[in-house]
Design a binder for this molecule. Sequence first.
Ligand code: GEK
Length: 324
Amino acid sequence: MFSFSEFYQLLAQHETLRPWLNTLPKQLSDWEDKAHGDMGRWMRALKKFPTDKPDIIDIKNEVSVRNENAIADGEQKRLESLLRLLHPWRKGPYNMHGIHIDTEWRSDWKWDRVLPHISPLKGRTVLDVGCGNGYHMWRMLGEEAKLTVGIDPSNLFLIQFEAIKRLMGQDDRAFLLPLGIEDLPELKAFDTVFSMGVLYHRRSPLDHIIQLKNQLRKDGEVILETLVIDGDENAVLVPTHRYAQMHNVYFFPSAKALKVWMEKCGFVDVKIVDECVTSINEQRSTEWMTNNSLPEYLDPNDPSKTIEGYPAPKRAVLIARNPD
Ligand SMILES: Nc1ncnc2c1ncn2[C@@H]1O[C@H](C[S@+](CC[C@H]([NH3+])C(=O)[O-])CC(=O)[O-])[C@@H](O)[C@H]1O
């Protein structure tokens, strides 16, 4: 069902990634034993996705596939209802054979903010930590990365990724594994590691930064994107309960404080390359994600604050090099 065995074969051929074979198969078979709930329903849907390679794939400018001769109306309707079974679609947008999956997030906007600042991905082996359903992994391949490995503990995101991968014709350069960053051994193997939207979910942010460093080869690059607050090197917010209705949130440093944390963890050439307030056009409910979203999480009388009274979401992108 999933392409794990294909991934093991790839690891076996890859000298620096090969040590992963010592832990990964056991972790994934434990995961398979535990997977339950909606998984059965999602897996039944997944089996019905076609795997033919589409004629036209654009992952450079967007994530879209289509055939020279558009698929028949009936086939398109069938595909759309399969995709809708995998609601909620948070990360995207995707355009699959004319079906526009208008996701909660405009993940393409984040990519546009990040891409101008990173080392060219051409030929690189990339790890995307907390990759969601893999939207950015496709865009990384659009920049000619050699291999993208995503990890994310959400089962629904894995299924959505596998659905898109089937519609791409089973691209064998992209793999998503249902793991958290804490499940990885110190591989020191990737040329580029992304961690976007994950740090504030980690109880121990410096350990998260060190875990990212431990995945990078010498002189590899990390891209760290997270929610930040305004302030100097010592500013950090730890919300008491929820933040914009999210409950599993811990540390929101200022961008300057995050730079200090990264340097403390041994990164060098740390640069703050972008800071921007998240607009309600970038994260909102849509037909493909009908739950509440950012507009409902902001104070209706003062959108510069969350409904809990904290500063509204602002995100920073930091880039750094691993000297070890
Ligand atoms: N321990 C963990 N290890 C790995 N992933 C985790 C962990 N805990 C949670 N996640 C995953 O981290 C992702 C965070 S979303 C960012 C998606 C994408 N990167 C984006 O930038 O759009 C947040 C956002 O909406 O910004 C979710 O998919 C979690 O399942």
